[in-house]
Design a protein around this ligand. Structure first.
Ligand code: PMV
Length: 358
C-alpha cells in the first residue's frame, strides 16, 4: 500500500460540502487466469483479459460530512439496502483509508445496479469493485480540486480496484488489460493492471463473448477459498510457470490475429483452472454436466465447420463462447439450436467493450 499512501488528503472540516460521483464499469473475462494470490491481493502469476461491454455495474457514491473519524457508509444494491454486502466493502474501505484518509471524514451512500440479472452466476466483483474504485478516485479529485493525467488516474483506479478484488484491476481499461509482472511487457506490475489494447490485432477488438448460463446458483466454493486452496496444491508452482509460458505464446498470437493459437491457449487455460480445483485439497468441482455437453458440442461443431469459436470458463459452470464478430449470425443459430437446451435459453450476448464510462 506504499505507492499511493497520502496522509495529506485531509479535508478542512468546515468546508465539506455534500455531493455525488458516478461511474459505470464493465466486467471482464480472463484469457490467462489469475488463480492463487499472496500478500494483499497480489497475484502468483500474470493474467490477461478482455473487457466486456454489456455486463456492467453502475455505481454512485453520495457523500456528506461526518465527524466520527471512522469508515461510515450505507450500501444499496438494485434499490434495496443490502447490509449482507457491507462487511466486504467495509474491509475494502478500511484498507484503502491510508490512501484516501478523507474517507473517515465522510458518510457515504454507495448505490449500485448491475446490467445483468444478479442471479446469473456472472461474477460481479470485477465490475462492482472497478466502479467503486473509479468513484473514489473521482471523489478525491472533486474534493481536492486536483486532476491527474488520464493514464495515471486509471492506473490508480486499477490499483485501488485490485485491493477490492484482484480481477477488478483489469476492468478499468478498454478492450483488454494485463495484470501481473511479466518480463515480456515493460510497465507490467503485480500492483495494478495496464491497458494492452494496442497489442491486439483488430479481429480481437470486436470479439464476441456469448455467455451460456448453465447454472445461476451461488458457487459451492467461493473464489476467495479457491485462491487460498492453491497454497496447498501440489501443482501450484508448475501452474504459475505454465501461466507465464502460455502468456508468452499468447501475446504474439493476439498481435498477429492467430486465432488457432489463441483458441488453444484459451481452452487449455479454462480446463487448467478447473483441473486445479479438482486437485485441491479438499477437491471440488464447479463444472456441471451441461458445461461438458456444451464443450463437446462446440468442439465437434468446430471440427466440422472450421469456425474459430472457442470456450473459456470462469470459476463456475457457465461457458463463455468467444468468436470473431463476422461469425455472430451462424454462432447465434448454432447456440440456439444445439446449446440452449443446456442453459434453459439463459444466454447473455456480450462482446469486447470500450471500458468504463463516467
Ligand atoms: O478477482 P477474484 O478474486 O474474484 O478472482 C477471479 C478469478 C478468476 O475469475 C477465476 C480468473 C480471473 O483471472 O479473472
Amino acid at each position: 500500500m506504499q505507492r499511493y499512501q497520502n496522509p495529506s488528503l485531509i479535508l478542512e472540516s468546515a468546508n465539506i460540502k455534500e455531493g455525488k460521483v458516478h461511474w459505470t464499469c464493465p466486467s471482464n473475462i480472463a484469457l490467462i487466469k489469475y488463480w492463487g494470490k499472496h500478500g494483499l491481493q497480489l497475484p502468483k502469476n500474470p493474467s490477461i483479459s478482455f473487457t466486456l461491454d454489456n455486463a456492467v455495474t453502475t455505481t454512485s457514491v453520495s457523500y456528506v460530512a461526518s465527524n466520527d473519524n471512522r469508515i461510515s457508509f450505507d450500501f444499496i444494491f438494485n434499490n434495496s439496502r443490502r447490509d449482507d454486502f457491507k462487511p466486504k466493502i467495509q474491509t475494502f474501505l478500511e484498507r484503502i483509508s491510508v490512501i484516501f484518509p478523507f474517507l473517515k471524514q465522510l458518510h457515504l451512500t454507495i448505490e449500485s445496479t448491475n446490467s445483468f440479472p444478479h442471479s446469473t452466476g456472472i461474477a460481479s466483483s470485477a465490475s462492482s469493485m472497478g466502479a467503486l474504485a473509479l468513484c473514489l478516485c473521482t471523489l478525491e479529485e472533486k474534493l481536492f480540486g486536483t486532476s491527474m493525467p488520464k493514464n495515471e488516474f486509471y492506473r490508480k483506479a486499477s490499483y485501488i480496484a485490485r485491493v477490492g478484488s484482484g480481477s477488478a484491476s483489469r476492468s478499468v481499461y478498454p478492450v483488454a488489460a494485463l495484470w501481473g509482472e511479466f518480463a515480456d511487457i515493460k510497465d507490467s506490475s503485480d500492483e495494478y493492471a495496464i491497458p494492452v489494447q494496442d497489442l491486439l490485432h483488430p479481429v480481437f477488438q470486436s470479439f464476441q463473448d456469448h455467455i451460456l448460463i448453465v447454472s445461476a446458483e451461488e458457487k459451492s466454493v467461493s473464489s476467495t477459498i479457491g485462491h487460498a486452496l492453491m497454497d496447498g496444491n501440489i501443482y501450484a508452482d508448475s501452474r504459475y510457470q505454465q501461466a507465464k509460458s502460455r502468456l508468452h505464446f499468447l501475446m504474439p498470437a493476439l498481435k498477429s490475429g492467430d486465432l488457432e493459437t489463441f483458441g488453444k491457449i484459451l481452452e487449455d487455460e479454462a480446463l487448467t483452472l478447473h483441473a486445479l480445483m479438482m486437485t485441491s485439497n479438499p477437491s471440488y468441482l464447479l463444472m456441471r454436466s451441461g458445461t461438458l455437453s456444451i464443450i463437446e458440442k462446440l468442439r465437434t461443431f468446430r471440427m466440422s465447420t472450421n469456425i474459430p469459436a472457442y470456450f473459456t470458463l470462469d470459476a463456475g459452470p457457465n461457458v463463455h463462447l468467444l468468436f470473431p464478430e463476422n461469425y455472430t449470425e451462424i454462432m447465434s443459430d448454432f447456440i440456439q439450436n444445439e446449446l440452449s437446451q443446456y442453459c434453459n435459453g439463459n444466454i447473455i450476448n456480450d462482446k469486447v467493450g470500450l471500458g468504463p464510462k463516467v
